[in-house]
Structures are given as structure tokens and as C-alpha cells.
Ligand binder design. Structure first.
Ligand code: ATP
Length: 431
């Protein structure tokens, strides 16, 4: 028996298909010939790369196979990728990788590079050659980046997602899933399954909106509860097939601590800094500025983050915060697209008020350098009284709402969701 690892990426476009659909189909077909070593993997990569269709996801799976069956399996994979990839779209550049034997350790490093950085197709080609991985490129073949990374990702921390797919005649039509049943199932399985519904909006989150074949995606940390949720949701259209994936979704895999001067566009980071310019708005987007000892940085909470922006507006100059998000350049300015923030130390918020009239306790009115009582006309030099205003922000992590959250971002309802952010506090001299 030989261990065979398969990675696939970039088969879909906004107009249709989904790499997980293809992966689930293949996993089922190959499992008729070879022994699966684990569930298939759905690996989310750098959320900021411009080529992604939706969530920059790639798929990998591993089997114990008979030596003589390996060519058959490879042909099956390549045949299905050729047949089902959405080549109608010019941005679909599928890549497939096959690796036999143990997964080389170097590929784990490559997987994290693909999550943290921006890579070229040649980076993938070079590592494939070095590790003797068999790569297949269709068109530009950019998918080999994701395919190699998906095979290499060790999934030491993971969650599950059950994906159920629609029959072909329903693709592109409105999804028919009984809303009440999703709320009922959420009530019984949360937090072992999560992101099923948005309670504040009364909306269902498990159904995507595009033309892809996914009917629902149910996320969770307990495989059995995910399965139970799926069995108890009422579907009002047929299901073609379904598959549970093991995934790095909601693990904060993409976040690393960085100094402001080290930030590069298209990466994600956690930074620690002081607010040097309180919020301003442009359109419905909210911006502010922070600095650390290496430089200053614009931070943004964009319109889709909705109610989260309210907390961003509460930050004032002097507040010390930890902020996490993706780094992008907007109009030539490096900007952190905020996913979470944690106020470490809040500055004092002071307003200056006019005193009451010392004679009659009446209200004083400003008259240039002087204050004049509205009631008795008493006049005195203008001296204002400082008053401390209580701050509304708490010492807790604030996160964007579920529908604005990146696939990789860990929701606070999950265990250890605060670790990566709060670990920054443990860094003595921040490097
Ligand atoms: P879906 O989630 O629906 O499967 P997608 O958002 O994953 O779609 P793809 O069509 O797979 O989008 O396109 C992403 C492309 O970006 C792939 O070709 C992948 O190999 C490539 N890619 C992934 N990570 C990186 C990276 N770090 N640097 C450069 N390219 C990357």
C-alpha cells in the first residue's frame, strides 16, 4: 500500500462551481478504490489575495492505495477537474498536486506561507520540484499554490464544516431551506455548531447566496452535533450529496503579531498601538489611526461590519489597543481592515464645563474671555471645570458580526478564541 495525497484548487468562479464540491465528489469516488486516511481537508489560505473567488479555499485528501490503482486514481482526479472546473471564466486556473509517501515537513511551512504571504506560481513550482511532488496545471495553473498548501497543512487545530450540495437543476435559483428549523437546530446544538443564524437580525447564515452548488454549510467543533444539525434541518429542495470537511476555518491561522513598520499589503496581522487620531467617516466606512514605536497605521471598519463600527467610534486619542485584521493598500495608504480589537488601556475622556453662577447658582453664558450669569448678570473670568466622562468600552475583545467575518477568523464564542490577541500582552519587550 502507498499513501497518496491529493490537493486541488482554483476550479471555481463567481459564476459557478466550488472546489469543495469537486473535492467531495472525488473523495466519494476514490473511497471506492482506496482507503481514506482521514476526512478531506478544506484549507483557507491568505484571505487578502486578489485572485480568490470567495474564501480562498483549497481542498486536500489522503488515501492508502494499492500501487497498481494509483494511475487510475490520478486519472479520475484529473478527469473530474477537467470536466467540472468552470473554464468559462478567465480567472479559473486549476491546479492539482499528487504526493506519495509521507507529507514532507517543508510543505507545512509552505502552507503557512500561503496563509500569511502572497506567493507566485513559481514559488509553488520550486517547492514541488524540490519535494518531488507531481503538479498539474490547467491554464495558468495558479491553483497549485493552494493545492500544495492544502496537502501540507497539518490541521493541528481544526473545526468541521458539513457541506450539502444541490442537484444541478437548482443551481442558480433561491435556496429552499426551512428557516424555523435552522433556528430550532441552532438552539439545540450551539455552541457545538455555530454561525447558523444571526440572532440579532433574525437571519439564516448557513445558506450562501451565489450560483455555486452549495445548499448549506454547517460549521462546528463537534462532528456528531454537526451531523445531527444537518439531519434535523428541514430542506425544501433535494440534496445531491454531502460531505464533512476538516478545516482550518475559524482558527485565526492567518493572524501573526507584527510591528507597524513590518506590515506588508495583502498580509494579515495583529498590532499593538496607541490611537493617535480618533475616528472619521467616509461614506459609511469608519477610519482611525494608531501608532507604535515603528510607525503609524490607518485602521478601517468598513460598512459591512455594521454595528461593530459603533465600538470603533468610541475609541479616542491616547487609547492603547490590540488590533487584528488584513492589510491592504487603499489609495496608496496602508490600511488595517479591522476584524477584532481589544482596548488595553483607555485614556481619560475629559470635557470642560462652565461653572454655575457663584452668586445665584444660575446658568453662565460665555462672553469671550468672561462668563456672565444669565439670571443675575454676574460676570467673572472664564474658568472651566474639567469633568471626567465614563468610557463605554470594556476590557474585552470586540469582533465584527458573523456575516462580515473572514472564514479564518475565530469567533469569540469558540474556546481559546481570545488567545492570539491576548498573547500579545505577554510579550515583554515587543519584538
Ligand atoms: P472557493 O473558496 O469558492 O473555492 P476561492 O476563493 O478559493 O474559491 P480560488 O478560485 O480557489 O478562490 O482562487 C484562489 C487562487 O489563489 C488559487 O489559485 C490559489 O492557488 C491562489 N492562492 C492561494 N493562496 C495564495 C497566496 N498566499 N498567494 C498567492 N496566491 C494564492
Amino acid at each position: 500500500m502507498v499513501k497518496l495525497h491529493i490537493g486541488i484548487d482554483d476550479t471555481d468562479s463567481p459564476e459557478g462551481m466550488c472546489t469543495t464540491y469537486l473535492g467531495a465528489l472525488l473523495y466519494r469516488e476514490i473511497s471506492k478504490i482506496a482507503e481514506p486516511l482521514d476526512l478531506p481537508k478544506l484549507i483557507r489560505l491568505n484571505p487578502n489575495v486578489p485572485y480568490k473567488t470567495r474564501g480562498n479555499g483549497a481542498v486536500a485528501m489522503s488515501f492508502d492505495a494499492k500501487e497498481e490503482d494509483i494511475p487510475k486514481i490520478k486519472n479520475l482526479v484529473l478527469g473530474i477537474v477537467k470536466e467540472l472546473s468552470d473554464f468559462s471564466h478567465r480567472n479559473t486556473n486549476p491546479g492539482v498536486v499528487f504526493i506519495e509517501g509521507d507529507i514532507p515537513e517543508k510543505l507545512e511551512r509552505f502552507a503557512y506561507q500561503a496563509i500569511w504571504e502572497h506567493l507566485d506560481i513559481t514559488d509553488a513550482e520550486n517547492i514541488a520540484e524540490e519535494l518531488n511532488a507531481e503538479i498539474h496545471k490547467f491554464r495558468l495553473g495558479r491553483g497549485i499554490i493552494g493545492a500544495l498548501a492544502a496537502v501540507g497543512h497539518p490541521l493541528k487545530v481544526f473545526t468541521y464544516e458539513l457541506l450539502a450540495y444541490r442537484t444541478r437543476e437548482f443551481w442558480g435559483t433561491g435556496r429552499k431551506v426551512n428557516k424555523e428549523s435552522v433556528f430550532a437546530v441552532d438552539h439545540l446544538t450551539y455552541p457545538f455548531t455555530y454561525d447558523n443564524v444571526d440572532l440579532s437580525k433574525g437571519s439564516v447564515l448557513i445558506t450562501p447566496h451565489g450560483k455555486d452548488p452549495v445548499l448549506v454549510g454547517i460549521r462546528g467543533i463537534d462532528k456528531n452535533k454537526v451531523m445531527w444539525a444537518f439531519e434535523n434541518i428541514i430542506f425544501e429542495e433535494p440534496i445531491d450529496f454531502f460531505q464533512i470537511y476538516k478545516t482550518n476555518q475559524n482558527t485565526d491561522d492567518h493572524l501573526r503579531f507584527k510591528k507597524i513598520a513590518e506590515l506588508k499589503p495583502l498580509e494579515s496581522a495583529i498590532v499593538r498601538g496607541k490611537v493617535i487620531k480618533k475616528y472619521w467617516e467616509k461614506g459609511r466606512h469608519v477610519f482611525f489611526e494608531i501608532s507604535d514605536e515603528t510607525g503609524k497605521l490607518r485602521v478601517a471598519a468598513f460598512e459591512p461590519t455594521k454595528g461593530f463600527r459603533k465600538y470603533v467610534r468610541m475609541l479616542i486619542e491616547g487609547d492603547e489597543i490590540i488590533a487584528a485584521g488584513g492589510v491592504k493598500e487603499f489609495n496608496g495608504v496602508l490600511t488595517l481592515n479591522l476584524e477584532k480589537f481589544y482596548p488595553i488601556k483607555l485614556a481619560e475622556k475629559i470635557t470642560y464645563e462652565k461653572p454655575k453662577c457663584p452668586k445665584c447658582k444660575g446658568t453662565m453664558k460665555s462672553k469671550g474671555e468672561y462668563l456672565k450669569c444669565k439670571k443675575c448678570g454676574y460676570k467673572m473670568k472664564k474658568v472651566l471645570i474639567p469633568k471626567r466622562i465614563p468610557r463605554d468600552l470594556k476590557r474585552k475583545i470586540y469582533e465584527v458580526p458573523p456575516d462580515a467575518r473572514k472564514h479564518l477568523s475565530r469567533p469569540l464564542t469558540l474556546p481559546m478564541a481570545e488567545d492570539k490577541i491576548l498573547d500579545v500582552l505577554k510579550l515583554k519587550k515587543v519584538v
